[in-house]
Design a protein around this ligand. Structure first.
Ligand code: CDP
Length: 212
């Protein structure tokens, strides 16, 4: 039996990695895990209980109690949860509690996973690693459009400032900071639409897999 394939996709907030990862998973017939949802769901649980997402004990407790149902909630992508997710994600025991779930997810059939530390920490031996970026302005425009589609208009400047602050926090934290793995291929989607980004990424994946 051939070993299941793992594709790791990392990058800053709103870089388009989720859309790309979902499409790659469909194209390569692999299960898909949006690992950001795990941190968002932990944050949501802490907020629901009136806790502080920066409190290590409260956040670890909720990370350990997380269930699959928590990941299906419809309120995980609000600006409040964006900030709270980044706060819980900087807590080491929270990350440790979520590590096994992410690794086991790919056990049976391989997977495409997207996040911040997939190629560096979760699957350092992944078959293919992509680091997906786009300029801050482009990412802010994309996220702003998503917010508008959900009927919220926080203003483009506020979206840009929130993204920049979250990226800074994710890049500079001690626990599993956002960084391009040495062997990850860079895909800058600043000048690509979703279709173009998918074609470029699928080409890269095919090239790496063909090399064996
Ligand atoms: O969708 P977006 O790019 O805005 O964020 P996300 O991927 O849902 O991740 C939300 C937050 O979770 C990030 O800002 C990170 O702080 C954290 N995260 C992480 O630390 N490690 C991961 N593998 C995935 C997300």
């Amino acid at each position: 039996m051939t070993r299941p394939i793992v594709i790791a996709i990392d990058g800053p907030a709103a870089s388009g990695k989720g859309t790309l990862a979902r499409r790659l998973a469909a194209a390569f017939n692999l299960p898909y895990l949006d690992t950001g949802l795990l941190y968002r769901a932990v944050a949501r649980r802490v907020l629901d209980r009136g806790g502080d997402p920066a409190d290590p004990a409260a956040s670890e407790e909720q990370a350990r109690s997380l269930s699959r149902l928590d990941l299906e909630r419809g309120d995980l992508r609000t600006p409040e949860v964006d900030r709270a997710a980044s706060a819980v994600a900087s807590i080491k025991p929270v990350r440790a509690a979520l590590l096994d779930f992410q690794r086991r997810f790919a056990d049976a059939s391989g997977a495409v996973l997207d996040g911040r530390d997939i190629g560096t920490i979760v699957f350092p031996e992944a078959d293919v690693k992509l680091f997906v970026t786009a300029s801050l302005d482009v990412r802010a425009k994309r996220r702003h459009l998503e917010r508008l589609a959900h009927g919220i208009d926080p203003g483009l400047d506020s979206v840009r400032a929130e993204l920049a602050a979250r990226d800074e926090a994710d890049r500079t934290r001690a626990a599993a900071p956002l960084v391009q793995a040495k062997d990850a291929l860079l895909l800058d989607t600043s000048h690509m639409d979703a279709n173009h980004a998918f074609t470029a990424a699928a080409d890269l994946v095919n090239k790496v897999l063909a090399r064996g």
